[in-house]
Design a protein around this ligand. Structure first.
Ligand code: PMP
Length: 388
């Protein structure tokens, strides 16, 4: 028997063999010419993947939460006002981070969990500004909801508010056009749709964000996150003349450069379309066997993961059976929804056969749990979408 499980959680994900090989290369000096070339190229490729040719990329050892904090620490001064467009647990986390840095935070919440605040509600809130910045969680991994970044960013620009996008569960999987849409800062982490093992906090800041940083009257209150320390380092790697501030995670950055190369070789449009297609197939499969998605409509559902309620009479023990069938999926992560739902990630190098294997395992586990349904109907519905 093969003792291999398929990792289908919303990060970390399954990585390509080339990315994993880069993790295993003999580590070199962080100041070596060959590493400077790789780091510099990775920073250039980030601008391409974020569609921010004029952006300032920052790559720092840490997780997505550090990337969130880097944005807050460098842009917020005590007493600044911030607006959070709330779509779930990770938007709540942004409230806590912004408040820790001294911001006065206003939250626009949706009518129910699984929904997105309306553009009208966000505009109403912006009218009561001015706000220094607004945050949008592009895909909230707790609810599986996707926010309309394009139109929200338009509103941010209209009210002269910096637009910060938490793209941890979206960059590299969902359509996001940073400069064209007027996003001032996008942040992410390595372990999701960017396809690199956990450990990198990644931020791309646009001109308006950098200008706001330069105009600060008070010093950044965390030493490690301070762009005063990191900006010269990133600029020096871009110029292939490395300097030191904190030791960069050499192997992770090699792996990042490999993955960014793979993303650009696939093409952003093709990659977004692949994520949409596989997500549509998976969601159609679950709905065909009577399961209900957490997002209130398909338009508000992300394509990098699926969040779905257990059907009547079934609980979290289902995940143990899905695991027995060889697939690792994730439990819920939103306090208001508790253990009523589970989450399946499908991003990065995910394939149609991963989607079908996962659906098959879910059907098998449901049948074993006594849920009554037309076994195979989910797989058939998914196949119809995949072959359409
Ligand atoms: N934002 C979002 C949307 C996320 O999904 C996550 C992680 N699941 C984070 C922020 C925090 O990232 P990390 O766990 O890497 O700190």
């Amino acid at each position: 028997m093969k003792d291999r499980k398929l990792l289908m959680i919303p990060g970390p994900i399954e990585f390509t063999p080339e990315v994993l090989q880069a993790m295993g290369l003999p580590t070199t000096s962080h100041l070596a010419a060959n590493f400077a070339e790789v780091f510099g190229q990775a920073l250039e490729r980030l601008r391409e993947v974020f569609l921010a040719p004029g952006g300032c990329p920052f790559v720092v050892a840490g997780s997505g939460t550090l990337a969130m904090e880097i944005a807050a620490a460098n842009l917020i001064e005590p007493g600044d006002r911030a607006l959070v467009v709330n779509t779930g647990f990770f938007s709540d986390r942004y409230v806590a981070i912004l408040e820790r840095h001294g911001a006065e935070v206003t939250v626009v919440a949706p009518p129910v969990v699984g929904d997105v605040p309306s553009l009208e509600a966000v505009e109403e809130a912006l009218k009561k500004g001015p706000y220094k910045l607004m945050t949008i969680t592009h895909v909230d991994t707790s609810t599986g909801v996707i926010a309309d970044v394009r139109n929200l960013a338009y509103l941010g620009q209209k009210y002269e508010t910096l637009v910060i996008v938490d793209g941890v569960c979206s960059v590299g999987g969902e359509e996001l056009r940073m400069e064209e849409w007027g996003v001032d800062l996008t942040l992410t982490a390595s372990q999701k749709a960017l396809g690199v093992p956990p450990g990198l906090a990644i931020v791309v800041a646009g001109e308006r964000a950098m200008e706001a940083f330069r105009k600060r009257k008070t010093p950044v209150r965390t030493y490690y996150a301070d762009w005063t320390n990191w900006l010269p380092v990133m600029e020096s790697y871009l110029a292939r003349k490395p300097i030191y501030f904190g030791t960069p995670p050499v192997n992770l950055i090699w792996a990042l450069n490999v993955s960014l190369g793979q993303i650009l070789a696939e093409g952003l449009e093709a990659r977004w379309a692949r994520h949409r297609h596989l997500s549509d197939a998976f969601k159609a499969g679950l709905e065909a066997i009577g399961l209900k998605l957490v997002p209130v409509s398909r338009e508000k559902a992300a394509h990098t993961l699926t969040t779905v309620y257990y059907p009547e009479g079934i609980d979290a023990r289902l995940l143990g059976l899905i695991l027995e069938a060889g697939i690792i999926v994730a439990s819920g992560r939103h306090p208001a929804l508790g253990e009523r739902y589970f989450r399946v990630g499908h991003m990065g190098a995910v394939t149609a056969s991963d989607i079908l294997s996962t659906l098959g395992a879910i059907e098998w586990a449901l049948a074993r749990s006594g849920y009554r349904f037309d076994v195979g109907a989910g797989l058939a519905a998914a196949e119809r979408v995949l072959t359409a």
